[in-house]
Design a protein around this ligand. Structure first.
Ligand SMILES: [Zn+2]
Ligand SMILES: [Zn+2]
Length: 167
């Protein structure tokens, strides 16, 4: 008495697999009793359907599933990589532009500083000129008053001469 490896039915006469040595009744072995008898010596090399077609794809393990999901995610990321590279390039270009703008700003700053310096020196010169103008002004006033006195003196001398001539 044997037990069929597939359907667990007990049977007296069946088939034995030459690879896994499991026993099957004829319906589960996929062969008729008469057909099996006709096999002769080939009975010794008979293989059950499992051993004849070893399943090529083992069941995916959960770890493998997660790895596959990760790989899919990574390949999805890879498809956006060229776009990322492009935006990084753009950012780099903008950064170099910013750097040149910064350099220009530094130039402007230094020229503003030098302008400030020359402005203050001009202010100093203007202040000096102003004081000079003021001193000239006071000099002119002094001169004018002096001139008046001189004119008066000259006139009085002439008057004196006239007076002298008249006599
Ligand atoms: Zn069976
Ligand atoms: Zn087998």
């Amino acid at each position: 008495m044997y037990k069929c490896n597939r359907c667990n039915t007990e049977f007296l006469d069946g088939v034995q697999c030459s690879v896994c040595l499991n026993r099957y009744d004829f319906p589960c072995a996929g062969i008729t009793e008469a057909g099996y008898r006709k096999l002769g010596d080939r009975k010794l090399t008979w293989k059950c359907s499992v051993c004849k077609n070893p399943s090529p794809t083992p069941r995916k393990s959960p770890e493998l599933e997660s790895v596959l999901t990760e790989i899919k995610f990574m390949s999805a990321q890879l498809t956006i990589l060229p776009g990322l590279v492009e935006s990084v390039k753009k950012i780099q270009e903008e950064l170099s532009e910013l750097k040149s703008i910064k350099a220009e700003l530094a130039d402007v700053k230094s020229s503003v500083a030098s302008m400030h310096q020359s402005m203050s020196s001009i202010t100093d010169k203007v202040a000096k000129l102003d004081s000079e103008v003021q001193s000239l002004h006071s000099f002119k006033e002094q001169f004018t008053s002096l001139q008046k006195t001189c004119t008066w003196d000259v006139w009085s001398d002439e008057r004196v001469n006239d007076l002298w001539n008249l006599s």
